[in-house]
Structure formats: structure tokens, C-alpha cells
Design a binder for this molecule. Structure first.
Ligand code: SF4
Length: 352
């Protein structure tokens, strides 16, 4: 049997299993998932929208999360007791999340709080992180944030007069700090493999934002020369990029925002617009497909191999063994503290 027929059979079986399970099943899909997966889901979104959806009351007994592991883990923390969260491939991780090890972060925190006290510094962890780091933020008065609410999270701490200790993504942290008009000399990068983060005490004292040195391998592939080249090829085009891109790329773009923001940007653009997008290729391709009245191009081809690990076959296998295969479990004590930080994120004041 050819691949094409096998794929069709798999998709038909998924549809059949979905209809058998009815309201008991909720399939959540991230914007970076391949087209077939997004089409088979009940709801698509960025990590903030998906965590909101997982936290909302729903009748589903089973949530199948098509995304990477930290996202499914967050859904498991936010879901109701008794709901089971599964991921089609537990090996779909995130290299950026792995760049912040909980023990190394704790060590840095001890050093920082011994210098400044724990009342004058607030930990903020990006959603792209292990549950133990979310729990750490829950225990220490901090919050989680995503790329769509990082500004609100930073502002919440800054207006209380606190320094922000943000991990793991230095680029999202830097772009957020610049948007909040924090001066460059008030931002430092804590190099996680160096003694005292490789930062002089005087600089640390003056810092309002301290950034971990992690980064996304997918978004740091975009370079300023890609922006320059695309501007030459498409004069008049708009360039929109994700805030995990480097500062140099963001400065050359017309707009910056989360995947949810990028989707709205494209949908609200007038017909005939040309838009160049600097984010994961599956989202760019889907936006091009769904907006045939606009000219959508990628800034540069960049695929997240981990998001791509979720295939229709693996989704089908999960549905065949619903409630049993690749169930995400988070230890109760981690869950309790991580939930505190995730709920703080969901309740972040709009005006702060
Ligand atoms: S796109 Fe980047 S941050 Fe997102 S899952 Fe892939 S590697 Fe991680």
C-alpha cells in the first residue's frame, strides 16, 4: 500500500476514534504542528491559549496534547483532577527548556537572594521549561509567562520595585525588557556555566532584569541578513517575527509577537498584502495555505524537529489506547507549587 493510502487510512481511523469518544476527548494542537495534526484537533493555539483551554472547565476525561512535552505537562497541571493528559510522542522535548536545569537555577537564586534578599527579586519562568522550575517560581513568589504575556509578567514585578530574574530564554527576556524601556545598562545576562553568572557585582546591583542564557534553536536561525534580503526582494512587504528571535532581527522587523499575535496579524491584513514571517515553518506554511488572498513567505526555512515528531500515526496510537498510552504524570508536590505559578500567570493584571 502506498504512503498516501496509509495516511488516509490513519486519518480516517483518527476521525472514527474521535467520534466514538465524543465529548470525552479534547485534542489540543499547537500552531507549530503539521497541517494534518492541526486539522484533526479540537482547538489550536499558542501555549498561552492552550493552557487557558486546559484550565477551563470541560467535559473531557482525556486531553491529548499535540505539542512538546513542557506544554503537555502544563496542561496536566492545569487540568481537573481525574482528567488524563496524553502526548503522542513523549520524546518531543524542547532544547531551550533543557537549557535551564532546576538545580543550577536554584544555585543562582541562592546567590542572588543572598545579595539582594528575596523580597527585592522576583523569578519569572517562561512556559518553555520543566515543571520543577514552574514549581520553584510558585514557591518563591514568581510567575510563569508565555511570549504573549511576558510584558505583563515583567511589569507586575517591576512595579513592585523588584528585579526580574527570567529564565530560560535570553532573547524573549531582552526583547521584553526593551519594550518596557528598560535601559541597556539595567539588563544583564547570567551565564549559567560561569562563576556568579560571569557578572560583576556592580552591574548586578544596577540591574533591573537578569536573564538566563538559554535560547531557541529554531528562532535564532533567523539572521539580520535574511531581513535585508527579503526587503530587497519584496519592497513594501511587512516583516513580522517572534520574540524568541535575536534583538538584531527584532529591530529590523515591522512587528513582533507570539504565534497567536502572528496569526491575528496575518488574518487582519488587507487582501493583497505581502507578509514575511520569522517563526516555525509549519505555521508559516499553514498561514499561506489559509490566506490565499495574501502573499505569505517565510523569512528563512526553520523547522522545529521536536514539534514535527507528532505524526498522525502517533496520534492514532494514543487514541487507540486512550487513557493508557504516554500519560503525563507530575508528582503531587511539584504540581501543587507549579499550579500556584501558572494560576498567577492566568490572573496577571492587564494594566500592570
Ligand atoms: S520552537 Fe524553539 S522553543 Fe518552541 S519547542 Fe521548538 S525548540 Fe522549543
Amino acid at each position: 500500500m502506498g504512503n498516501c493510502c496509509r495516511d488516509e487510512e490513519t486519518i480516517e481511523e483518527i476521525k472514527e476514534l474521535k467520534s466514538q469518544l465524543g465529548q470525552k476527548l479534547l485534542i489540543l494542537t499547537h500552531h507549530y504542528q503539521r497541517k494534518e495534526i492541526v486539522e484533526l484537533g479540537h482547538f489550536r493555539g499558542d501555549s498561552f491559549e492552550l493552557s487557558r483551554r486546559a484550565a477551563e472547565k470541560n467535559e473531557a476525561s482525556f486531553i491529548v496534547f499535540c505539542g512538546v512535552h513542557f506544554m503537555a505537562e502544563s496542561a496536566a497541571i492545569l487540568s481537573e483532577p481525574g482528567q488524563v493528559v496524553q502526548i503522542p510522542d513523549p520524546g518531543a522535548g524542547c532544547p531551550m527548556a533543557d537549557m535551564a536545569d532546576a538545580d543550577v537555577v536554584e544555585e543562582a537564586w541562592k546567590e542572588l537572594t543572598s545579595l539582594f534578599g528575596d523580597k527585592s527579586i522576583m523569578p519569572v519562568v517562561y512556559m518553555n521549561s520543566d515543571a520543577s522550575l514552574k514549581a520553584f517560581c510558585g514557591r518563591n513568589g514568581g510567575t510563569v509567562c508565555t511570549s504573549s504575556n511576558a510584558e505583563r509578567a515583567f511589569r507586575w514585578g517591576l512595579t513592585q520595585g523588584k528585579k526580574i530574574f527570567f529564565f530560560p530564554d535570553r532573547h524573549l527576556g531582552l526583547n521584553t525588557a526593551y519594550r518596557l524601556r528598560i535601559r541597556p545598562d539595567e539588563i544583564v545576562v547570567w551565564e549559567s556555566n560561569r562563576q556568579s553568572g560571569g557578572v560583576e557585582l556592580a552591574r548586578l546591583k544596577g540591574a533591573r532584569v537578569i536573564l538566563w542564557d538559554g535560547y531557541c534553536v529554531v528562532h535564532t536561525r533567523f539572521r539580520p541578513e535574511h531581513v535585508v534580503e527579503m526587503r530587497e526582494r519584496f519592497p513594501g512587504a511587512k516583516i513580522v517575527v517572534h520574540p524568541e528571535c535575536t534583538r538584531e532581527v527584532v529591530e529590523l522587523a515591522d512587528a513582533v509577537g507570539s504565534t497567536g499575535f502572528i496569526v491575528n496579524y496575518v488574518e487582519n491584513a488587507p487582501p493583497g498584502s505581502t507578509i514575511i514571517i520569522g517563526t516555525e515553518i509549519n505555521l508559516v506554511d499553514r498561514l499561506a495555505h489559509e490566506n490565499p488572498d495574501k502573499n505569505i513567505f517565510d523569512l528563512y526555512y526553520s523547522l522545529c524537529p521536536n514539534m514535527f515528531k507528532i505524526t498522525p500515526e502517533k496520534l492514532r496510537d494514543c487514541l487507540r489506547e486512550i487513557g493508557g498510552r504516554n500519560v503525563i504524570s507530575v508528582p503531587e508536590h511539584v504540581k501543587k507549587d507549579a499550579l500556584v505559578a501558572l494560576n498567577r500567570m492566568l490572573e496577571l493584571p492587564h494594566g500592570s
